[in-house]
Structures are given as structure tokens and as C-alpha cells.
Design a protein around this ligand. Sequence first.
Ligand code: FES
Ligand SMILES: [Fe+2]
Length: 406
Amino acid sequence: MTRNAVQWTSPPQLPADHYIDSQVYTSQEIFDEEREKIFARTWKFICHESELPNPGDFRSVEHVGIPLVVVRGPDGTVRTFVNACSHRGAKLVNEPRGNTKHFTCFFHLWSYDTGGRCIEITREEGYKQCGLTKDDCGLRKVRTEIKLGMVFINMDDQAEDFDTHVGNAMDDLLEPMGTQPMEVFHFHRVLMHANWKQWHETNMELYHEWGHVVNRTTSVAVPGYHDRKWKIHPSGHGSLEPLKVQYSNYKGWDQRENLTLPGLSPGEFRVVDLFPNTTVIVRATTIRIDTSIPIAPGITLLEQRGLGVKGESAQDRAHRQHHHNQFWGPFGRNLAEDVIFVEAVERANRHGGARFGIIARHEELKSQDDEIMRAYYRTWGRYMEREASNPLGAREGQAVPVARRA
Ligand code: FES
Ligand SMILES: [Fe+2]
């Protein structure tokens, strides 16, 4: 096999699913197509149901560029609607969150109840002649499913049902998230200069954990760290065998074994990666949910939620928040380090300086096997009808410019 003398002046001579062309992160064409072929067709985590605890609670969000409103109806059901008035299409709900009995459009005052029915048409008699009634004018419903308190939506009425899509991928979360009511106690957003897939990769590629102070201290030296195996699920999801780590090795760590979540032993760590861009990390006493909103090929809005037990004492909550924020809060160690990692990759990719990324490790599915990323990109390729190693078309035998010309 001929080797490249310098970094990837031609594609790596590896099997096609063992490397990624950085244009999957930088191309506007691919970014636009991901919105249409992936995000408009797959199940996307949108919020946790504890963010809508009471009837009438709503959150306005945006997905694939479309404004949506997620609302808990008087019957307790959480529903999602396209946030657009049926009259002339104005954005209906403009507050980020709140509680209401009905939504009234500010433009000409048509109103809707929280079940999406149109309940008021201004000067309705004017529509008698054409036969238009309130019954014709409900809000457009978006498919919504809740599993373990996580609210997922799908814009595509023809897409596979949620249970088929998720399969057994969330099984490791059943006990810690499903035994007692959980609630979001922490929410923050990070705008980063990186492609949305690069963040998801940080939650699948675990050899970068050596770069985290916390992980070096608590995890990488514990027995079994390298042996836990990935379970690769259909539809691009992955879950990692649990590991018991030594959080008490971290300076200032306040061990609270009584706060260990159901189904876990003290110090236990679990990860579930859901295609296309949601990760749930369970760490002994607290849970983190990552999801992202792609803004542009090299710009991503990351949302991070921290979960604890609903109804716990203020003292327990304070300890749990401390456990969460020490590692994962905006000023915790891990988040800032991961942002530095992914932005470094984006910085080199942006104009073609780094053209290929290697995902070629084989370790019999052990934690640092790249098969988890290969499986992810095979799923990405099925949706996109493109290969991540050659996403913009054939270039067999062609030299690859180190820098892309504008
Ligand atoms: S656009 Fe909403 S009432 Fe006219
Ligand atoms: Fe990380």
C-alpha cells in the first residue's frame, strides 16, 4: 500500500467508511441537504416534559428553520404545532415560554386553544359566503412522542414510528430516568464554531477523554475503562456498557452515594447516543442531555440540560447541581474543553486545511473502537445518499487540494 508522504494530498488509502471528508462539515450544499433529508425526516429531541409541568405551559422552538410551539393541553398531553397562524401565516407565539389558555395571533386576532383548534375567527360572518369555518383552521400538528420524559418530534408524517426508530437504544436509561419523576434543573446554550456532527462525535469518540482533566483523574485509569463495549443499534444510535469510575479522585468532589440514581451503583457512568444529534449521559447522581441546533456549516447552537429528581429536598438538589455543574456546567471543566477540541477541528477544516479525518480504529467494539462513528456515518450516508468519505462526488485518482479555492 502506498502511503501519503504529507497529510492527505489524496484520499487516505483506507476502506471508504474509515475516513471522513471534511466537506461533510464545511459544505453549504451538504448542510442544506441535511436539513431536508435528516432533520426534517427523523425524530429529534426537543425538550424534557418537566419543562412543561402544567396544563397551558408552552415553549416556542425552531426546528429545520420552522417555528414550532410545544404545549401541554388541559388533558395533560404534550403536543407540538407549527407556530404559524392559519389566517395569513404570521408567527403565532412569540414568547420563548409561558402559560396560556389560548394563543391569539397579534396580526388579526384569530385564536387557538392549546389543543390546536381554532376557537376565534375575527368577524367570522365574512367567511360564510365561501364556507370557511373555524373547524377548517386548526394549527398544523407535528408528530410528538415522549419516552422517559424526553419529548421527541418528527416533521415527517410518513417517517417510521418513534419506537421503531429508537429500538432498544434507550434501554440503559430505563431505570435511572424511568423509576422516579425527573426534572430539568439546569439549561444553558453554547454557540460554537463547529459543525453539529463534530459535537455529536465528541460524545461517541472516547479516546479524547485523555484531554479532560476530570476524566484523567477519575476514569481512564480505572479497571475496565478500555474494555466496556459499544452496543451499536439500528438507525445510527449507540450505547456504551456502564463503567464504575472514581469521582472521589477529583479534588473538591463531594461524594453523596445516597443520591445515586436508580439502577446505578455509586460512581456508575452510562452513555446513550441517539441519531442524529442527541446524547444522554448518566453519571451516578445526575444526567445530562445534549442536543444541538445547526445554524450554519461551521456554527452550532448546543443546548445542554441537567436533570435531577423531582421533589427532592433543597439540600439534595444543591448537591446534585454541584455534581452536575462541576463537570458539565458552563464553567465546569468538561464542556469548555470539548468546545476547544471541536473548534480546533473546525478551524483547520474551514478552508480545507485539514481535508480528511480518520475513523479507522478497531478494538472489537471496545470503548475506543471507531465502529460507533462508522455506524453513525453509514446511517448518515443512507439518509443523505452520499458517502461521508466522498460526499460531493467522484474524484477517483484526483489529487486533493490542500486548500479549497473559493
Ligand atoms: S395572520 Fe394571524 S390573524 Fe391574521
Ligand atoms: Fe469530551
